[in-house]
Design a protein around this ligand. Structure first.
Ligand SMILES: NC(=O)C1=CN([C@@H]2O[C@H](COP(=O)(O)OP(=O)(O)OC[C@H]3O[C@@H](n4cnc5c(N)ncnc54)[C@H](OP(=O)(O)O)[C@@H]3O)[C@@H](O)[C@H]2O)C=CC1
Ligand SMILES: CC(=O)N[C@@H](CCC(=O)OP(=O)(O)O)C(=O)O
Length: 341
């Protein structure tokens, strides 16, 4: 199966190429750029093969039956209708099609929302929770990196109604590749190195995306507090989640619930009591590792969820969704172990 990548010069784009290199059923047939058509990707990234020559973005020149859009917000709302009309399937890595209500998108992304009819076709691609709809979709909205870690960490407790709906606090940290390749003051070496910064306090665009899914699982779920921090590392997200227990629980029961919930999810690994994952445990891989604790003194549950933002948080989950959408084994091309150390 031929696939195309639009936004191939970005971090999400080259991660897709890396992951698809050994995929037995998908081949990258064309790569597209809005600014460097005619240039070899090898000239942009010397570590890449020479065979990838960037083309313009045109719906009639994307060779792949499936097109991945790894572009900034606002771009895929323009291209997706044209690609769908030309008969392509689309997986969008940006936030354009994740929020069902266009006015919510306009508020949090400060951009014009996509066409309503096209938006209705989009299926939210948190693979573990939407396999059936993904299998029948033509347009997948690949989740954001923070929402992937947060939602996989919260799902069992929210669905079972084991936590007080308004008590959720998420404290999340990301490496700088989460901000993409574009240079900006915030990710400048001298600003990010040996520093930890909180950013987008109570205004992060992933807040409505997370709350939308939490309410789908349990309509009583209310707003949550969500804080994001930039950490001086390249890849990785850790979401530390706190919530008040709504019923009498024990740590053993909570871990049993997580293991049971994710027993058919090859990329979600649940730790035993007392063990917590760190970002290096998933580096370069499609895993989401989860550790849980329960504090009887405060009646609070703590969940720690880690992913590689460029893999499970972006390109890896996109390939996982493509596998489900195209009828391949979900793990195909994604089974490599994390890189350690
Ligand atoms: N980085 C991450 O960890 C994650 C990113 N995402 C989302 O995935 C998308 C891609 O992210 P990422 O790869 O990190 O970003 P990058 O900034 O690294 O790359 C984005 C690419 O988009 C292309 N682009 C820029 N403007 C336009 C335009 N107007 N029209 C068409 N293409 C354009 C650029 O390539 P060119 O100039 O060659 O066209 C650029 O290389 C974003 O929406 C991001 O929010 C989602 C989850 C995690
Ligand atoms: C470290 C860092 O800056 N991360 C980015 C993640 C962006 C992202 O994934 O944005 P979309 O919603 O468009 O997908 C952020 O926090 O905004």
């Amino acid at each position: 199966m031929k696939v195309s990548i639009i936004g191939a010069t970005g971090y999400g784009g080259i991660e897709l190429i890396r992951l698809l290199q050994h995929h037995p059923h998908m081949r990258v047939a064309s790569v597209h750029s809005s600014s460097q058509a005619g240039v070899s990707l090898h000239d942009v990234y010397p570590h890449m093969e020479e065979r990838f020559v960037l083309r313009d973005i045109r719906s009639d020149d994307t060779e792949g039956e499936l097109v991945f859009l790894a572009t900034p917000p606002g771009v895929s709302s323009e291209w997706t209708p044209k690609l769908l009309a030309a008969g392509h399937k689309v997986i969008d890595l940006s936030g354009d099609f994740r929020l069902r209500d266009g006015s919510v998108y306009a508020k949090w992304y400060k951009k014009t929302p996509p066409n309503e009819e096209v938006l209705k076709q989009a299926v939210y691609g948190l693979t573990e929770w939407n396999r059936e709809r993904i299998a029948n979709a033509s347009l997948i909205a690949n989740p954001g990196c923070y929402p992937t870690a947060t939602l996989l960490g919260l799902a069992p407790l929210v669905i079972q109604k084991w936590i007080v709906p308004h008590s959720v606090i998420v404290d999340a940290k990301s490496g700088v590749s989460g901000a993409g390749r574009g240079v900006s003051l915030g990710v400048h070496f001298a600003e990010a190195n040996e520093n930890v910064k909180i950013y987008k306090v109570n205004t992060h665009q992933h807040i409505p995306e997370i709350e939308q899914m939490l309410r789908d699982w349990n309509e009583q779920m209310g707003p949550m507090t969500f804080s994001t921090h930039l950490i001086p590392m390249t890849r990785g997200i850790m979401a530390t989640i706190y919530a008040e227990a709504a019923c009498i629980v024990s740590l053993d029961r909570i871990i049993e619930l997580y293991k049971e919930t994710y027993k058919h999810c090859p990329f979600v690994r649940v730790r035993e009591a007392g063990s917590f994952p760190c970002t290096k445990d998933v580096y370069g891989s499609n895993y989401c590792d989860i550790g849980v604790s329960y504090d009887e003194r405060t009646n609070r549950i703590t969940v720690v969820s880690v992913i590689d933002n460029l893999v499970k948080g972006a390109a890896g989950q996109a390939v996982q969704n493509a596998n489900v959408m195209l009828g391949f084994e979900e793990q195909t091309g994604l089974t490599s172990m994390p890189m350690y150390p």
